[in-house]
Design a protein around this ligand. Sequence first.
Ligand code: HXC
Length: 521
Amino acid sequence: MADNTRAWMEELIAELEERRKQVQEGGGPERIEKQHKQGKLTARERIEKLLDPGSFVELGTFVEHLDTEMMKGVKAPGEGVVTGYGTIDGRTVFVFSQDFTVLGGSLGKMHGRKIAQAMDMAVKVGAPIVGLNDSAGARIQEGVDSLSGYGEVFYRNAVYSGVVPQISAILGPCAGGAVYSPAITDFVLMSRGSSYMFITGPEVIKTVTREEVSFEELGGADVHAKKSGVAHLEGENEEEVLTLIRKILSFLPSSAKEKPPHRPTDDPEDRTAPELLDMVNPDPRRPYNMHEVIRTLVDEGDFLEIHPGWARNIIVGLARLGGQPVGIVANNPRFMAGALDIDAADKAARFIRTMDAFNLPIVTFVDVTGFLPGVAQEHGGIIRHGAKMLYAYAEATVPKITLITRKAYGGAYLAMNSRDMGADVVLAWPTAAVAVMGAEGAANIVFRREIQQSPNPEATRAEKIKEYKERFDNPWIAAGRGYIDDVIPPETTRRHLIRHLRMLEDKHEERPWKKHGNIPL
Ligand code: HXC
């Protein structure tokens, strides 16, 4: 009897292994070869590279496709998506990885269900969810059921937004519905040359609008990282994308209920940075390298810029100060003199909300003359878009520190998180200039009559500009009114920022009850 039992069990296990093998083979060797030839890894190879070695545990391995009319007899191993969990730097992370070798990674009902179940579990245990997307969109053969599968995923992307971090890698041609799930997530990364995102592809576009465009020009990584802003980061290849995901997660808590993980640093907290004394140009029309200012101040010069190629007039990114992860927002005087425009406002507002959702303090570096003037900006809705920044800063309850390095003028002074917009601590360098507008513009308006009536208008204008500068183009009036907490020597900035962050560590701010706010979109 014992022997029989053993044989029976061994037979069942052999069948199990055979079934598992079939699932693991995905669409088979030919399609895998095609995938590799295109410079793409398989769904399982990607998971192995993303997670800590050997940590992956698969779930839903044997899920099969829905038995619809058109799917009769069709094989879809694993339902075209590998799901499960593992660890990154020892912390639990859920992952789904679409298998393009199985029906083009198209999303059927059960494919969607597998992803949804992984997301549900991620939220139950409070762990991030990473999606490795490589999908031809809705599975045509399943009709409305495949749309329902998308619905399950989109719904959770939205409902779980701000609950656990959601990160999307785009590693293949993501078409149709395949782009909307990533678009709802916190960070979207694309691999250069092998990934595309579009709602309708080049052929449909040609038929409808007669425009001729290549896949790359339509929705390649460069387009989305530099033009549309859909992608937060692009990697040279898939490996780089996966490494970037690990890096992003190193700054984030596993869920919104946790604080972001401190990382001990050898970089001394009171390190002075005398190089900052040579960095900021005294001529307000001359730019300087704000990236260098940031890197000089943060732990080990390690700054992970987000959206580096899009809306370059504003800089956002992740870094640590004294081991504490922070989100950094900074004007970039090298692009459009750091003026705020529609894209910059969208980029900053989104980032601020992401930081607030996951408890990362926000450090803001201000050097801004204002919002970008122009008909295109006004007609494009700069009012609506700029309002997002004001809203996002005011809404954020995480610790907020603002450092004014040079100019802080007008509405942009407020949009860059002034005291009244909710900054907990406002610091300024002696080079700071807080005013309603620059001296030239102000003198021309306020002293117009005197200039016009003067026997020597140009001399009077120059004199009035000088007068205005002396009175207003400095940090002292703002400091005198308490809008600035302290004016600090630039080389001591790191120490100040870290001390204030530590003081704010247990900051808690309640807001009036509401169902949810209504950010202008
Ligand atoms: C089912 C699909 C499929 C689909 C491709 N395949 N798209 N199966 N549903 N949507 C299958 C192919 O038949 C093929 O099967 C395999 O996947 C690989 O496809 P290829 O075309 O050979 O690959 P490639 O040349 O690399 O082209 C990839 C592609 C192209 C650009 C993505 O396949 C394509 O344009 N597909 C259609 C995209 C699309 O229109 N999707 C629907 C969007 S509508 P074999 O057996 O040969 O390997 C949508 C609605 C949701 O998503 C909206 C929600 C908001």
